[in-house]
Design a protein around this ligand. Structure first.
Ligand SMILES: [Zn+2]
Length: 199
């Protein structure tokens, strides 16, 4: 996976910068590009490689995001792809260990990178079908958790599922798109302003 990290091209660096992710965040998250695929990764050639790191920064797993602006179904893949037979994992579990008594939950990995960048320790659970009881147990110790789901039906389902499962969870109401859109439009203040007050 370090090979993928070394393969970040200027084009991909620009793609990330357009989503608020600079060189430093990309390096911390060990983002990369599948330029020279590992065995079994041929179908992800050219994709963004998003490693799922453990608390010490070692890769546990990896997901791939297609960087082409096309109809992914026409190419027989999704925008995001996982390896087969992977257990469902939370992204950036380091945040669980480093956060105080509040944790933020994003729906997408790149959104979680943005939240961490603006000082909000965040994991990502990539979609409603990836939330499992093990995540509830992992997050049970936090006095407050905030769910940053996309402002669409799938996002509402995600927020509802987490809130039913986790008593500390509060939904954040995004208005101008997802976390990344909000950050690009209004910066860190725009995200901080959306956090519901405790009263
Ligand atoms: Zn695609």
């Amino acid at each position: 996976m370090s090979g993928y990290q070394a393969a970040v091209t200027a084009d991909v660096a620009r793609y990330l910068v357009a989503r608020g992710i600079g060189r430093e965040e990309a390096a911390t998250a060990r983002l990369g590009v599948v330029a020279d695929p590992h065995p079994g990764h041929d179908r992800f050639r050219g994709f963004l490689a998003i490693p799922y790191l453990d608390r010490d920064g070692k890769p546990l797993s990896i997901r791939f995001r297609c960087l082409q602006d096309h109809d992914h179904r026409a190419y027989f893949h999704g925008k995001y792809m996982s390896l087969a037979d992977e257990p469902p994992r939370a992204y950036n579990i380091r945040a669980v260990h480093e956060a105080g008594d509040e944790l933020h939950i994003a729906e997408g990995e790149l959104d979680a990178i943005i939240l961490n960048k603006v000082g909000l320790p965040a994991i990502a659970i990539p979609g409603v079908h990836m939330w499992f009881g093990r995540h509830r147990r992992m997050l049970a110790g936090f006095s407050r958790t905030y769910v940053w789901a996309d402002p669409d039906d799938a996002g509402a389902d995600f927020t509802n599922k987490v809130r039913r499962s986790l008593r500390s969870a509060k939904g954040v109401r995004l208005r101008v798109g997802d976390v990344t859109d909000t950050y690009m439009a209004g910066g860190a203040e725009a995200l901080h302003a959306l956090i519901p007050s405790l009263v």
